[in-house]
Design a protein around this ligand. Structure first.
Ligand SMILES: Nc1nc2c(ncn2[C@@H]2O[C@H](COP(=O)(O)OP(=O)(O)OP(=O)(O)O)[C@@H](O)[C@H]2O)c(=O)[nH]1
Ligand SMILES: [Mg+2]
Length: 292
């Protein structure tokens, strides 16, 4: 199942991003902690080669904490300044200033040697749609400056926002990229709500999610949907059992797969299934070969 979403307004946003890049010292990449690999735009690495790089692991409240730690460590080793957060909480985002200053320390030192005394930093906030960029900026500024919403594509244009006297942030519209190199990337982005829900084959998507959950998070299924899920290794059997349990049955007695799929997707996205990550730090290669 191939999922792809790269509407015209994103191509336009990318052009704007390229234009704005020379203006900034640092890139703050907001990613979704539930799937750090899938929620990183691979094009950013090429475009932002010589910038300080900060990676904010957002929605950490919904992700598997041990996996988040492990992912952060591995990105740190690659030169990123990382931090986990729940962008809805002010206290959670307050460490960002320190991180930005650390990441730009060398740059500020170079400026100082050239006689430039200003310590002012400009950073671009980037990320895929619905990952929480605007929510983060609002919590950081301490007021609702940027528009937010629980669907992809809320921010339409780039906007500069001043934080204190030394930092300016550029909020940008979420962008995906023209081709997801692995099928699993499209699936994960669809599951976390970064792709327009209207184009999704929801039953197939949830079939994949159940395949993944029965492999890694069987106990989450049992605690949410009851003992009948115990030991279920087959995704379709699990789906049927959940449908029966939650009365997702059509008039003639057939299972209502659309209804049960919506219910499971809602439970996953809202965290009612527990803290679940869609990627395993050590098994990314293996999982991304999973047949869907
Ligand atoms: N649970 C949880 N929800 C979050 C977090 N951060 C943001 N959200 C929610 O995610 C949704 C999307 O947030 P936005 O800030 O609009 O996302 P965005 O990245 O600006 O999206 P676009 O402008 O569409 O690219 C909103 O419903 C937020 O409340 C978080 O850390 N945890
Ligand atoms: Mg936004």
């Amino acid at each position: 199942m191939k999922i792809q979403w790269y509407p015209g307004h994103m191509a336009k946003a990318k052009r704007k991003m390229k234009e704005d890049l020379p203006l900034v010292d640092a890139i703050i990449e907001v990613i979704d902690s539930r799937c750090p690999n899938s929620s990183r735009n691979p094009e950013i690495d090429i475009l932002a080669k010589d910038k300080a790089r900060i990676m904010l692991f957002n929605k950490a409240d919904l992700a598997d904490p041990a996996r988040t730690k492990s992912f952060m460590e591995s990105f740190r080793k690659q030169g990123f300044y990382t931090m986990e957060m729940d962008a809805r909480s002010r206290s959670s985002v307050k460490g960002v200033s320190k991180l930005v200053m650390e990441s730009c320390a060398e740059l500020l030192e170079r400026k100082k040697q050239k006689g430039i005394l200003s310590q002012s930093i400009k950073a671009m906030v980037l990320g895929i749609p619905n990952v929480g960029k605007s929510t983060f900026i609002n919590a950081y500024v301490g007021k609702a400056t940027a528009k937010t919403g629980n669907k992809p594509g809320v921010t339409k244009g780039a906007q500069w926002i001043k934080i204190g006297k030394d930092l300016q942030l550029l909020d940008t519209p979420g962008i995906t990229w023209p081709k997801f190199e692995r099928e699993i990337v499209g699936l994960n982005l669809a599951l976390i709500g970064s792709i327009n829900d209207e184009i999704l084959p929801i039953e197939e998507l949830i079939f994949y999610l159940l395949k993944y959950l029965t492999r890694y998070y069987g106990s989450a299924l049992v605690s949410r949907y009851g003992e009948t899920l115990q030991g279920k290794e087959d995704a379709l059997e699990a789906m049927d059992a959940i449908a029966v349990k939650r009365a997702c049955i059509k008039k003639g007695g057939d299972i209502d797969y659309t209804k049960v799929s919506r219910l499971i997707l809602d439970d996953f996205r809202s965290g009612r299934l527990g803290r679940i990550s869609l990627e395993h730090p050590m098994k990314w290669e293996e999982d991304s070969q999973m047949e869907v």
